[in-house]
Write a protein that binds this ligand. Sequence first.
Ligand code: FES
Length: 77
Amino acid sequence: MARLLRNDQMGPYRIDPADFPKDGKAIWVCGCGLSANMPYCDKAHNACRQVEQPGRLYTYDPKTRQVVKDEPDPGAI
Ligand code: FES
C-alpha cells in the first residue's frame, strides 16, 4: 500500500519551550516531510527552499530525499 500526501510547508514548526518544556530549549518539528529524524527537523527542508518553484509539484525519493519528479501542479491556483 502506498500513499501520497500534499505538503506545502517549507520549514519547521517551532515549539516554544513554555508550551513543551524540554531543557529550556525550543523544539523544531518538521513541517516539510523530508526529515530523516521525524518528528524533528534535520534541516532537510533546505532542499525544498533551494529547488521548489511556485506552480510545480515535486516528488521526492524517501531514501535519498532528492527530487525524482518535477511536474506542473494540477492543484495550483
Ligand atoms: S522542516 Fe522538515 S527537515 Fe526541517
